[in-house]
Write a protein that binds this ligand. Structure first.
Ligand code: FES
Length: 521
């Protein structure tokens, strides 16, 4: 397969994790119910929380807007590691040793917890121990790597310095963590979902929460109009859709990154790797079809912003070819991560004034251990009222404001995108090839137009239903993406990911464009 053939994408992206596991078929909620704990979001956090809370005497339900475990969990690199770039030096200098210790303990424990759960329940999830490496090719990061090793070691992590890694490019330095792991997240979590359902946790798919009312307990309304009453609610929906408290829309932004899964002539040397500098590069392997896949990842950018998204796949393919003789690229996918202002997750009470409303989000790019740690923290908060790791994850931590510069920059960027979208010059005609899309201006209004492979046009109102930013076309995934808080929609206007809870107004009849802008549509 030559490089031109590798870049001639004949099919839409497909995640290995999803392609290699069965699809689920949990029911949709079609009645009003009452539970002790409602978990909103059937991803890694939601399923793990239900597992941790088994045997605590609660009646629990999970609702998922689409299919369970097909959000970020289905589009990850699945590194089970406490090495989150060069994080310990940063946390210790910003928040002190005690909180750095909490973060280290939470994530080191999470590695062991996934192993324990999979062994105890006999879950075959390709869990394999691997060392993790963060490397640099630039002099300016050498000192940071040295500091990271010193601090991580003081926190009890097996960290060491190396000056070469087994690839054909030179590095300046790297930090190695031992006793880390990789696995297949959907094999692990589909088995856990099955297990919790067998122990009376109710799981509902295609059941989107669209509103939460808090009045002596919580009442959650679903898109179908059903009501769920609950004493406690865990929002585990990645980007929180609930805007009434907490201002999360102003302190999380979304980033996309990309993975190509290659088959190579050469054998992968083992280990999990990530570069410290930009553009980021990530490597790991996975057993596949009596051989292996090599996952080559990186190329992050803010969702809905930046260059043509197909270019990110092409750049990774060039990088893969610089390392290996690429024989095939059976899978490629992209993912979306919630990024916080100080680089640490928000896990705990939604705000200081909502004792029965909880959240877990903002895992940056490190969702495997952070999701597992979150489920333990939330279990401890719900059952015991406290967790040994609660301070570093506290969504209301004071130190977030030390990141005020980021706060202003990120919100300036959102405001800029809002204005940019409203004022931008729009292309003037619908001369579209199959698979292409454009934003057109019709009677002064923006209309997103996509032509499918059969030649049919699909029109949407490109104003995001979350908070009104203007959507941009994502050519790699063929979706409409929001540059403000990362909501994504299909070309038919259906929600791929929130925080938006309402679909776009859409039509495939060019004679009914007005319908896209009527209030009662
Ligand atoms: Fe917030 Fe689009 S996701 S405005």
């Amino acid at each position: 397969m030559n490089i031109d053939e590798q870049k001639n994408f004949k099919k839409t992206p497909e995640s290995y994790w999803i392609a290699s596991t069965e699809t689920t078929n949990y029911p949709t909620l079609n009645e009003d119910i009452n539970v002790d704990i409602l978990i909103i979001g059937g991803g890694f956090v939601g399923i793990s929380c239900a597992y941790q809370l088994l045997n605590e005497g609660f009646k629990i339900a999970i609702i998922e807007a689409n299919k369970i475990l097909q959000g970020t969990t289905g589009y990850t690199t699945a590194k089970v590691t406490s090495q989150h770039g060069l994080i310990y030096n940063k946390v210790q200098s910003q928040m002190g040793k005690e909180l750095a210790q909490q973060y280290a303990d939470a994530n080191q424990n999470a590695i062991l917890e996934i192993k324990r759960i999979s062994e105890e329940n006999n879950i075959q999830c390709d869990y394999v121990h691997q060392p993790a490496f963060t490397y640099t090719q630039q002099d300016k990061y050498i000192k940071q790597i040295e500091d990271e090793i010193k601090i991580a070691t003081e926190l009890g992590i097996k960290a060491s310095y190396v000056d070469e890694i087994p690839f054909n490019f030179p590095i300046k330095a790297a930090v190695r963590f031992d006793d880390q792991a990789q696995f297949h997240p959907r094999k692990y979590l589909l088995a856990l979902a099955n297990l919790v359902q067998n122990q009376d946790v109710q799981i509902f798919e295609n059941t989107r929460a669209v509103d939460i009312e808090d009045d002596n307990g919580y009442t959650i309304t679903t898109a179908q109009g059903n009501k769920i009453t609950a004493n406690k609610v865990i929002i585990a929906s990645h980007y929180p859709f609930y805007n009434k408290h907490g201002m999360y829309f102003a302190r999380i932004y979304m980033e996309r990154s990309y993975i190509v899964a290659i088959k190579a002539k050469e054998q992968y040397p083992g280990g999990m790797y990530i570069s410290e500098e930009d553009p980021g590069r990530s490597l790991r392997s996975q057993s596949y079809d009596n051989g292996e896949l090599i996952f080559v990842g990186g190329e992050h950018h803010k969702t809905g912003q930046g260059k043509s998204t197909v270019k990110h796949y092409e750049t990774l393919i060039d990088f893969a070819n610089s390392l290996y003789t690429v024989e095939d690229i059976p899978f490629r996918w992209s993912t979306q991560d919630c990024m916080t202002l100080d680089g640490l997750p928000y896990v705990g009470n939604f705000t200081a004034n909502t004792p029965n409303l909880y959240i877990a989000t903002g895992f940056q790019k490190w969702g495997m251990t952070n999701s597992t740690a979150s489920s333990i923290i939330l279990k401890d908060l719900i059952v015991h009222g406290k967790s040994p790791w609660q301070d570093v994850y506290n969504p209301s931590r004071k130190t977030i404001m030390a990141s005020a510069k980021n706060f202003i920059v990120e919100n300036y960027n959102v405001a800029e995108q809002l204005l940019d979208g409203k004022l931008s010059q729009l292309p003037g005609d619908a001369d579209l090839k199959p698979g292409d899309a454009k934003v057109l201006k019709v009677d002064g209004k923006r209309v997103g137009v996509y032509r499918d492979r059969q030649g049919n046009l699909h029109l949407v109102n490109t104003t995001c239903t979350h908070m009104g930013c203007e959507l941009n076309w994502n050519s790699a995934e063929e979706s409409w993406d929001c540059p403000c808080h990362g909501s994504r929609f299909t070309y038919e206007g259906k929600i791929i990911s929130g925080p938006a809870v309402r679909p776009l107004r859409a039509s495939n009849d060019v004679n009914t464009i007005d319908k896209l802008f009527t209030e009662d549509y």
